[in-house]
Design a protein around this ligand. Sequence first.
Ligand code: WAQ
Ligand code: MG
Length: 683
Amino acid sequence: MRASRKENRADVHLSGCERIIDRSDLTRQTESMIERAMSHSRGEPDFINIKIETVNSTEIVRYPALPVRTIETESKEAGYKILLDLLRSQGIRRAEEILDLFRQVKNKRGAVLLNADTLEALEPDHERGVRVTRMDADDSGQKTEPVKNHYREAIVLATKTANAPHMIGEICVSDDPDYVTGYFASLKTGYIRLTRLKDAGSSDGGRIFLFRGNNGEANETIRFLENQYVLVTGIPDKTGSSDAGAVEIENNKSILERGEPETRSQKKSEKTADIVSAGSDLEIAGATDGSASSLRKFGKREHFRRELQRLKDNNLYRTVLTAESAQRSHVYFDGQEKLMLASNGYLDLSADPRVIQAASEAESKYGIGSGGSRLTTGTTLLHNKLETALAEFERMESAIIFNTGYVANLSTIAAFCGKEDVIFSDELNHASIIDGCRLSGAKIVVYRHNDMADLERKMAQYRSLDGLVVSDSVFSMDGDIVHLPELVRLADRYGFMSMIDEAHALGVLGAGGYGTVEHFSGKYIPDIIMGTMSKSLGGEGGFVCGDRILIDWLRNKARGYIFSTSLPASILAAVLCALKILQMEPERTARLRRNTELFCRSLRDQGIPAESSSAIVPVMIGDEGRAVEIARQLFDQGCLVSAIRYPTVAKNSARLRIALMSSHTETELKNAAWAIARLCRNN
Ligand code: WAQ
Ligand code: MG
């Protein structure tokens, strides 16, 4: 709606507003807008323009309202002083100049889009400014407000604006003569109301949007502000809770007045609690340096809270399931037994009585903790014995153990490569490899998943550098196997070291469960083999095998090895025992393979494409919400399956990830495949 009056032939704007509403509410809302147009304090319009257009609900994004804080400012000057602190706390250098500009902006319909670093005005039409449109509060359908609610409209605009690309903050003061409250808003700080930012009676008002980026990117910002439909959810309300002081300007009192916060916070509803919890650091009114820092900290925490909310809204929020029994093919959660189809304990060794006994005996002898890093007091006979056993198992010269697989990759890659090196890394490598590459500081060259031609092209391109090629051998979210022969050949031809991560291959691949090298008949051997003791071996920790020099280097340079208290004896004894069982009972590995084949076949019989050369079977779903929902229903039906989502895998490639165990029975697997197929069809 736009209401205007003709004065001296010119069109004078009186008031305007917009709504995103449900069709069923159209008549009521239109009426209320006309009423609003007719009752503005600036006088009656002689022209009211109402435009109605259809919006497809899929085009609308929802953002949670910025958290709100009110700061009582005695005078306009005090308000500007806080603004100055706020701008500086956001890393804005030319804060004073920006405030000078802000004092001067007036009589625009829109806002100034200001490059916060160069102070260039980027709005295409300086006279008009950039106008934010296509936004509303999510609940506006329930409310007809015949008069302008400054606060509600401002927080909607501020929330949309704060979420615009390249936006780092907004300063605003109303142009209504009686309305002296203004605000600073950004994603980091939230919406900070300053109760006095101008003198009463002045119709000087305006907005400055602070932009940071290349000026060319401003188009993106403007496009978002003008075109993206946005609904703002969860606006702290002025009715229904006792936070009237937070949003009501008339009495011009802040809820944050000293002496009051406690009694007020007791009355708060949960939703508005954070307005008040800020009360304690609201020495801000004095605007000392300390207050700027406390605001900054508040902003950081608020950023986390909002991000968490966004994750929840997009089905990306992570929660944990709490088990009440051992990692076997059946596990109890909340008193209920579930078929475990998500564990990495492929050979069901974690609770094997022999393994448990070995662990208890070692524990009785050596105690619980190891008391120090390997290089100080934390090496026992068992540490050495396990390293020897792992090297023999992998048929490599030497081995070193780390406390987790993650730390093994991180420390190893960072110890082997540095700034001058190049690392070739498969695009689907595990996070621990990615993090290791980053930590090393080396040039990281990502090649297409398992694409050896792409790898070769890239190796040729960087052949002048030293470096490493690293790959998962079984990819943890897809279950496919690295082309080891070609990878080793290429690494040798171009003179790069080669490393594979056997986390999901050990105990799974090869007739004896020795892993990927055995799978490819023992002919192609990488320089470095990394593996874990926490999956098939049922224990905890990671290890790395290589020749003596490489492992010796790691003992001297791998920071995760040097600066961690070493693994406890019980784990070492357990893993030693599990390693023996794995070799003595190759039928476990064989059964695991048969189980995987049977399970995939059962899924295919139900029309679900499924295939795997390892013990990991991905069932592609796509949509995150749908994957989570299917996993939830499966859980209700007694099967625990993981829904894997972004950022673990790419957006819209969410999947169910089924991990099989040697101890699953044929009936269990057939029933599970049937249940999964049915839910995939029905969801
Ligand atoms: N897009 C961009 N700029 C706008 C828009 C818009 N849609 N609407 C207004 N502006 C600019 C324009 O320059 C106005 O002169 C200026 O902002 C102020 O607009 O209690 O009422 O609608 O927490 O007068 C802030 C405090 C009230 C609310 C702001 O602004 C509170 C207000 P007004
Ligand atoms: Mg106004």
